[in-house]
Design a protein around this ligand. Structure first.
Ligand code: ZN
Length: 160
């Protein structure tokens, strides 16, 4: 079965950024799965997945605009340290959770002051070209529930 819209794709991956500053892998863990055609993975990778079959191994190089977007230098806010959730030791580059009017959100510290921190609201991988090594393990039909929810369900996970 080929990867196409409304199929669930089970795959192993290693991803690294072009600067070598980040890498992550499913090696030694359960494979990932996603529902194809529902924007559940970055668009550049989803496009490369299309038409592939179980057993396929390939490398996909995905530019920022097809991954987590181009970094916006204006996406910075200054917030009081007291608005951080369990801040711990504060230093640039660290991810923290900040309470906002829209609820808690994750952001990366750009600069630390005495009473405030400047947070970079860009996704941590914004502006990065990502290189994925993919191995497709399985491609299956989505269940009705998965189609209704718009995402894949891992075995043994149930939710409303
Ligand atoms: Zn669901």
């Amino acid at each position: 079965m080929q990867v196409q819209a409304d199929k669930v794709v089970v795959f192993h991956y290693t991803v690294r950024d072009s600067e070598g500053a980040f890498s992550e892998s499913s090696e030694g863990r359960e494979p990932m799965l996603y529902l194809h055609g529902h924007n559940n993975i970055v668009p550049g990778l989803e496009a490369e997945m299309a038409g592939k079959e179980p057993g396929a191994k390939f490398t996909a190089t995905v530019p920022p605009e097809l991954a987590y977007g181009v970094a916006d230098p204006n996406a910075r806010v200054r917030v009081p340290i007291k608005h951080l959730v369990r801040p711990g030791k504060l230093e640039p580059g660290k991810m923290v959770t900040v309470n906002t009017q829209q609820g808690p959100r994750q952001a990366r510290i750009a600069k630390v002051g005495h009473f405030n921190v400047d947070l970079d609201l860009n996704h941590p991988l914004a502006g990065r070209t990502l290189v994925f090594d993919i191995e497709i393990v399985d491609v299956r039909d989505a269940t009705e529930e998965e189609l209704e929810h718009g995402h894949a369900h891992a075995p043994g996970t149930e939710h409303e």
